[in-house]
Design a protein around this ligand. Structure first.
Ligand SMILES: Nc1ncnc2c1ncn2[C@@H]1O[C@H](COP(=O)(O)OP(=O)(O)OP(=O)(O)O)[C@@H](O)[C@H]1O
Ligand SMILES: [Mg+2]
Length: 378
């Protein structure tokens, strides 16, 4: 069992004029066996949150609760959690086996034979049997990270905490390890909070993601829910690659207008006041290039980035850059003019001041008749 609750967590560093509020009023529940990914840009308070859960930082206000028990004042070793760090934090003078065994020695009264058994079964699980006698300095980054994972798993904790465990690995190893951690977490069924600033990692691994910005929680939900129904402009821009295009528009009657752009107000946005400014968001993959004179805007293709199957075309529409995901080579030419359009369902609208989403779409694709491209690509 490992249900984790964070209740109105606040953490400030320093005092007086130097005071930094790293985490503000953060409340989150992580279900037993769930993989929650905490994601956000550098400095948004992810590590601080994780350290407060682990007990490595004291909290300023709020509670951390594991399986109904308030652990806020407990020492890290009394919390039934295990943590994996970006820099592995292995003991350099111990072999991989020694590193795996160390936590067991400290926190359990298992016999040496039982400990050895646990080391071996964990090593088998992670496929690091042949590394057991090696010291960290003779291991590669990926191998060190496996040993670090092993050291956490072996303790069979109620909650796993991982702080950017894959950031030091190269791109291809990172994607392999991503899948492995996900499978491992699923097999072991351990409640996990996984911190990353990488939205792809968050989207692909998480049962739910929690998006933070400047110490505040912006949205919690299933990855595709956050992708298709972002609660605010920050989430909309943070999730999805390349980022959602944002256009400053004003409602004029039944159109949203901007320089060089006119878009019919979607039905669900009918209630929004005329004469007011809004931000209209649309993802690069939602935009179609259409026949001349039939689009909602005409843009000049400034740059085309070929990716193979698709390209990213950056258009200039009255001095605003709009990125469009197009078909591969030859579909658009730099320097030409193209017309664009996109389905009303895929237009996002945000309050121009607060950035809060207004007139959000209902439901997610799947219950729609339109076909949607692979959201990981979009
Ligand atoms: N020990 C500390 N003393 C003072 N300020 C701190 C301390 N630790 C973190 N902070 C500040 O708290 C804020 C949140 O930091 P935190 O390390 O939690 O961010 P993060 O989301 O993990 O960022 P990153 O992605 O760069 O690791 C930052 O403004 C940081 O400068
Ligand atoms: Mg951090």
């Amino acid at each position: 069992m490992g249900r984790l609750e964070i209740d109105r967590l606040r953490k400030t560093f320093g005092r007086g004029g130097d005071k930094v509020e790293a985490v503000s009023e953060l409340s989150l529940s992580v279900a037993d066996g769930e993989l929650l990914v905490l994601v956000g840009p550098s400095g948004c308070g992810k590590s601080t949150t994780l350290n407060c859960i682990a007990g490595l930082e004291s909290v300023t206000e709020g509670e951390v609760v594991i399986d109904g028990e308030v652990v806020t004042e407990k020492r890290p070793e009394d919390r039934d959690i295990a943590m994996v760090f970006q820099n592995y934090a292995l003991y350099p003078h111990m072999t991989a086996a020694g590193n795996l065994e160390f936590g067991l020695k400290m926190t359990t009264d298992l016999s040496a034979a039982n400990r050895r058994e646990r080391v071996e079964s964990t090593a088998e699980l992670l496929d690091i049997g042949e590394l057991l006698d090696k010291k960290p300095k003779s291991l590669s980054g990926g191998q060190k990270q496996r040993v670090a994972l092993g050291r956490a798993i072996i303790r069979d904790p109620a909650v796993f905490l991982m702080d950017e465990p894959l950031s030091n690995l190269d791109a291809s190893l990172r994607s392999t390890m991503r899948t492995e951690i996900q499978q491992l977490q699923d097999d072991l069924d351990v409640t996990t909070v996984y911190v990353t600033h990488d939205q792809t990692e968050a989207m692909t691994m998480a049962d739910r993601i929690a998006i933070m910005y400047e110490g505040e929680l912006q949205q919690v939900g299933q990855p595709l829910e956050c992708y298709y129904r972002p609660r605010n402009k920050f989430v909309a821009e943070f999730i999805g690659e390349p980022a959602m295009n944002m256009l400053r528009v004003t409602r004029r009657g039944d159109q949203f207008v901007a320089d060089g752009f006119e878009y019919p107000v979607p039905e669900r946005a009918d209630g929004l006041p005329s004469g007011e400014p809004f931000t209209l968001g649309v993802r690069p993959g939602a935009i179609d290039i259409v026949e001349p004179e039939t689009g909602v805007a005409t843009g000049t293709v400034e740059v085309v980035e070929p990716l193979g199957e698709t390209s990213h075309a950056h258009l200039n529409i009255a001095d605003t850059t709009v990125t469009v995901t197009t078909d591969g080579p030859g579909s658009v030419e730099e320097g030409t003019q193209v017309d664009i359009d996109f389905p009303a369902q895929r237009a996002h609208l945000f309050d121009a001041g607060s950035g809060v989403a207004v007139a959000r779409r209902d439901g997610l694709p799947g219950d729609q008749t339109e076909s949607y491209p692979n959201p990981r690509y979009d």
